[in-house]
Design a protein around this ligand. Structure first.
Ligand code: LLP
Length: 463
């Protein structure tokens, strides 16, 4: 494509010089397997299929917009993480990325544990039969009622996030006559290379207790002094959508240093450390995520090395991947409604969803890919912005991408890698009805979260 054939405005020129979209993929019909769920392919007619089912059939049966989740891919990713970390470590899937009863059952069947961060997530987990001891409960401001439910249910660990919470959890555990297993979440002072809103280990933010100036050591002191708490370890989560392992290594090193200080001060070797989640996935062909076994090896090497030099027993490691498991397994299917070529600027392609089913582009300037999936096309590529149907100009799904110039209303397009933080952050803005999540596996598709209806909206409106 030449620029003159597809004239661009100033923003386009920026993007072009950044190199991200300097040229479309050689052939827009080719699906980059890095960004699509594993069973996604094109059939002989050129239509995209997932789990062996063509998108036209899925759209007809389930409507659009809708999220289609490749169940075998989800399960395979769970197994890959569990195998990579092995029997001496624990993998907790971070439910905030996407949680439903079916997901909880898959996790159990594939041997994973679950991290929840609200009463709602806890209820979903317990309702779907996740054994409480396999649940970790997170949050920087858990309510007393949430803590009570977690303690009563017998969750395997509560991750303490503040000095107030140490006292609250201790009190509730004592009232219940139990000794609650807890970890302390520390902020290790790492600037993770990711969007500011999803970086969580630098000091100036709301999570955790700072290692710097002895705060975390003080939290350990107070926790160890309380009989109703069993301190099993230290937790650190540095952020999300991170590719560079350096931040995790610094984090691991600092957490092990704290374990050594705790041993020196209290004569106790805490048996576990949790290094959180945050591993990046491919949203576009530019992204190169690491494989779970690389990640596991890098983390366990650094922990082992640091423990050897501090003469500590190597603690049991746990991790909490959310996005890296569910993110790549789903795509959002939309129908094209209107197409507006703006002379000298760009072409706006409006779809039947938008920021209500994917807020990430507006919120984090996230990049996504998009493809025409109901057919192939030999037409020239055109630079487009895929936008939603909301009353807001920031309602952008894919900021800059190429689609074939013969794109027409009624075509189906799909945005890959929407499994994480899309349905879970979906809203009813403009009274949009949140789309369903449909699990597809071996030629069968079934709704695991149904589409919202107008009755659902009215049911909440009791005025
Ligand atoms: N563990 C803890 C304590 C967390 O806070 C998080 C994510 C995770 C694990 C899982 O992180 P993951 O592996 O999924 O990156 N809404 C943002 C992401 C916020 C992440 C919040 N915490 C987004 O859409 O990018």
């Amino acid at each position: 494509m030449s620029r003159s054939a597809h004239p661009a405005g100033p923003r386009h020129a920026d993007v072009m010089t950044e190199g991200h979209y300097s040229a479309p993929a050689a052939d827009l019909n080719v699906l980059d397997e890095k960004v699509w769920a594993r069973t996604v392919t094109r059939d002989a007619d050129g239509a995209l299929t997932v789990g062996g089912i063509a998108v036209a059939r899925l759209a007809e049966e389930f409507g659009t917009p809708a999220y289609f989740l490749d169940e075998s891919d989800f399960r395979a990713r769970c197994r890959a993480w569990a195998d990579a970390f092995g029997p001496d470590a624990d993998v907790f899937y971070a439910g905030k990325a996407f949680l439903s009863r079916a997901v909880v059952r898959w996790l159990q069947e594939e041997g994973l544990n679950l991290d929840v961060c609200s009463g709602g997530e806890l209820t979903t987990a317990l309702d779907a039969g996740m054994p409480a001891e396999r649940i970790a409960f997170h949050g920087n401001n858990k309510t007393v009622a949430e803590i009570e439910r977690a303690v009563e249910a017998g969750v395997g660990r509560i991750v303490l996030d503040s000095f107030q919470e140490i006292v609250r959890v201790a009190h509730i555990a004592r009232s219940n006559g139990v000794r609650q297993r807890v970890q302390i979440r520390v902020t290790v002072g790492v600037e993770a290379h990711t969007h500011e809103f999803i970086a969580t280990a630098h000091e100036d933010q709301k999570f955790g207790i700072a290692l710097a100036d002895g705060q975390a050591a003080e939290a350990v002191r107070r926790t160890l002094a309380l009989d109703s708490l069993e301190l099993i370890g230290i937790h650190s989560h540095i952020g999300s959508q991170i590719f560079d392992m350096a931040g995790f290594e610094v984090s691991a090193r600092r957490v092990v240093q704290l374990l050594a200080e705790v041993r020196d001060e209290h004569g106790v070797e805490l048996p576990e450390i949790d290094l959180g989640g945050g591993l990046g996935i491919a949203y576009t062909s530019e992204d190169d995520p690491r494989e779970p076994h690389d990640i596991a090896k890098a983390l366990s090497d650094i922990v082992t090395r640091e423990c050897e030099s501090a003469k500590l027993r190597t603690p049991r490691i746990s991790v909490e991947p959310g996005r890296a498991i569910v993110g790549p397994t789903a795509f959002t299917l939309y129908e094209v409604g209107t197409i507006k070529p703006l002379e000298g600027l760009r072409t706006y392609v409006s779809v039947d969803g938008g920021m209500s089913d994917n807020i990430r582009t507006a919120l984090y300037d996230a990049e996504y890919s998009v493809a025409l999936v109901s057919r192939t096309s030999e037409a020239e590529p055109m630079l487009v912005r895929v936008v939603g149907k909301h009353c807001e100009s920031g309602d952008i799904v894919v900021k800059d991408a190429f689609l074939p110039a013969d794109l027409a209303p009624g075509d189906l397009i799909a945005v890959p890698a929407t499994g994480a933080y899309c349905r879970s952050m979906a809203s009813n803005y403009n009274h949009a009805l949140r789309p369903p999540v449909v699990a597809v596996r071996d030629g069968e598709a079934r709704v695991i979260v149904r589409r919202e209806t107008e009755e659902d909206l009215l049911r909440l409106d009791v005025g």
